[in-house]
Design a protein around this ligand. Sequence first.
Ligand SMILES: Cc1cc2nc3c(=O)[nH]c(=O)nc-3n(C[C@H](O)[C@H](O)[C@H](O)COP(=O)(O)O)c2cc1C
Length: 201
Amino acid sequence: MLPKKPAETSVPLNELIHNRWSPRAYSDRAVSREDLIAVLEAARWAASCNNMQPWRYIVATKDDAAEHQRMVECLKTGNQEWAPAAPVLMIALASLMRPNGDENRHAFHDTGAASALLTLEATARGLFVRQMAGIEVDKVRETYAVPDDYGVVAGVALGYQGEPESLPEHRQEPETAPRSRNPLSDMIFAGTFGSTSPLVS
Ligand SMILES: Cc1cc2nc3c(=O)[nH]c(=O)nc-3n(C[C@H](O)[C@H](O)[C@H](O)COP(=O)(O)O)c2cc1C
C-alpha cells in the first residue's frame, strides 16, 4: 500500500487539496503526453499581476534520456538521490521585467501560483509533484541559456507515486511520516502584524 498523507484541517477541504502531498518516491510509469499538456495548461491559466504570465517551464521527460539526465545534473546532490526516478522534470523560471522595463515584483509569486495550479491538476489526474529549491541556479542558467532577465525559481518533479522502499534508507521514514503545518493562529492576523485574528483564535 502506498502511503497517503491527507491534510488534517479544521474544516473539510476539497479532495485535491486534502490529498495532495509531495512524495520523493516515483514509479517508472510514464506520464502521458495528454496529462503532461494538461498540467502545463493548468499553469497557463493561473492568475498573474496585470496578466503578465511571467512563468516559463523547461521540461525534460524520460522519453529523451539524455535531456532528462541533463536536468538531473542541474539538481543539488540531495535531490539527485531521488528525483532521477521522476519521469518528468521541470525548471520553473520567471520573467522579472514588465514590458516597460520596470521590475515585476510579483514574478516569483505568480510563477509559484502557476506551479500550484499545475500541482492541483496533476493531483486530479493521479499524479504527484515535488518542487525543488535545491537546484544549481548557475548551472541551470548555463545549461539552458537562461536570459539574465529571467529568475530561476524551482525544480519540479512530476510522476506517479512510487514505493518508499525505492528510496535511499534515510529518505524512507520521511516519506511515510505524517505531514505537519503551523496553526492558522500563527498566520492569520487582524489589526496589527502578529495579532492573531479572532477568526481563528
Ligand atoms: C519552492 C519549494 C522548494 C522545495 N524544495 C525542495 C527540495 O529542494 N527538495 C525536496 O526534497 N523537497 C523540496 N520541497 C518540498 C517541501 O519540502 C514540501 O512541499 C514541504 O515539506 C511540505 O510537504 P507537502 O508538500 O507534502 O505538504 C520544496 C517545496 C517547494 C514548494
